[in-house]
Design a binder for this molecule. Structure first.
Ligand code: ASP
Ligand code: MG
Length: 402
């Protein structure tokens, strides 16, 4: 069996963690499996490298930044190889370049184009444990590129797809994906399985277990993932296309996102083209918009409200104000004191009563719903930020603690 494993920064943070991971790798290798192991930079190394760069140059060229950041993962793979060697196991470390990870030219946010697997195959044929630096590749100029924060997950999925691996395991510091944040909701349960689509919805709402792009890639190439802990030996959560539990489980998880803000553009004319001009302006500023609501205002005007990531609120506001007279509106108010609570589940498609149960939970807690958005597998509500944790707990009780 060919197994691709990925270990995150916390799993290789220091010598004893590296030894612990080497133990897991050794166990699998001694069962006769071919092992390709992707590593992240140790602990906070990537952040520390960014700080070092900022000290010398507040806006370094992205090429040089990638050259620097790529060193973090290289430390991890070399150290892991040495640790495995000391245990008498054959291991070899490869940079993204040596492992054949080819990306587009975009430094800092590079996308993997293909993986040339000859070298990887050759090393596997020699029965070596292959350690690959995550988060990096090489572009057409033969320069190092990095894949964006959290990019090692994507490296693992790309290698698993290219090598047609039998298993792709993502080791991290949590035991899997939960029905809600276990630090906030004591009754939260670990899920055995979750679909790609559910995972994507939960991940984009702050359940930061896997980088979104890695899940998208896994879905596209049909790579089944398993998220599990490197510290606790227990089965994790499988991420796949269809899950066995889909039919019985009405919902899969509840997440809250506090990084949201609402912009209300008041006094826009009630005529064709206004919404286009408004949202086009926001889109051109590079801001993603969620939950658009139009309400009738006074006379011939409307108010248009929408939700953006909180750290993009100022950008959206400035872009709109710069075009106030061209778009035609009275004023904009920005509300940062909100949170988005989302309920996700592929089982929703076949059950219409979910929304009613969710709204009942809000009602029980006397929480006012300010905005609602639904998709086939998700219901999101905007409420005031102070009530968010209470809302998640109340919904969790309704669905999981009965
Ligand atoms: N070391 C990189 C980061 O911290 C990539 C990763 O950990 O996946 O973002
Ligand atoms: Mg990381």
């Amino acid at each position: 069996m060919l197994i691709v494993q990925k270990y995150g920064g916390s799993s290789v943070a220091d010598g004893s963690r590296i030894r612990n991971v080497a133990g897991i790798i050794a166990e699998n290798y001694s069962c006769g499996h071919d092992m390709v192991v992707v590593l992240s930079a140790q602990g906070d190394t990537t952040d520390e490298l960014l700080e070092k760069a900022a000290e010398l140059n507040p806006s370094p060229s992205r090429r040089e930044l990638d050259m620097l950041l790529a060193t973090g993962e290289q430390q991890s793979i070399a150290l892991m190889a040495m640790c495995l060697e000391s245990m008498g196991l054959p291991a070899v470390s490869l940079t993204g370049w040596q492992a054949g990870v080819r990306t587009n030219a975009e430094y800092g946010v590079a996308r993997i184009r293909r993986v040339d697997t000859e070298r990887l195959r050759r090393e596997l044929d020699k029965k070596r444990i292959v350690l690959v630096a995550g988060f990096q590749g090489v572009n057409k100029f033969d320069d190092y590129t990095t894949l964006g924060r959290g990019g090692s997950d994507t490296t693992a999925v790309a290698l698993a797809a290219a090598l047609h691996a039998d298993r792709c395991q993502i080791f991290t510091d949590v035991e899997g994906v939960y029905t809600a944040d276990p630090r906030k909701v004591p009754g939260a349960r670990k899920l055995d399985e979750i679909t790609y689509d559910e995972m994507l919805e939960l991940a984009s709402m702050g359940a930061q277990v896997l980088m979104n792009r890695s899940v998208q890639m896994a879905k596209r190439y049909g790579v089944e993932l398993e998220v599990l802990s490197s510290l606790v030996r227990a089965p994790g959560t499988k991420v796949k296309e269809v899950t066995r539990t889909m039919e019985e489980m009405k919902i899969t998880g509840i997440a809250k996102d506090e990084n949201v803000a609402r912009l209300t553009v008041a006094g826009v004319a009630d005529k064709p083209g206004v919404a286009f001009r408004l949202l086009n302006t926001v889109a051109k500023a590079g801001v993603d918009v969620d939950m658009i609501i139009q309400a009738n205002g006074r006379e011939d005007t409307n108010d248009i409200s929408f939700v953006v990531a909180q750290d993009h609120a100022a950008m959206a506001y400035d872009a709109l104000m710069a075009r106030q007279s061209a778009i035609g509106f009275d004023h904009i108010s920005v509300d940062r004191d909100i949170a988005k609570v989302s309920v996700v589940g592929a089982g929703m498609m076949s059950s219409s009563s979910i929304a009613a149960v969710v709204f009942e939970a809000f009602n029980d807690e006397h929480i006012n719903i300010q905005m609602i958005n639904t998709s086939e597998i998700k219901i999101s509500c905007v409420i005031d930020a102070a009530s968010a944790d209470r809302a998640v707990k109340a919904i969790h009780r309704k669905f999981f603690e009965v």
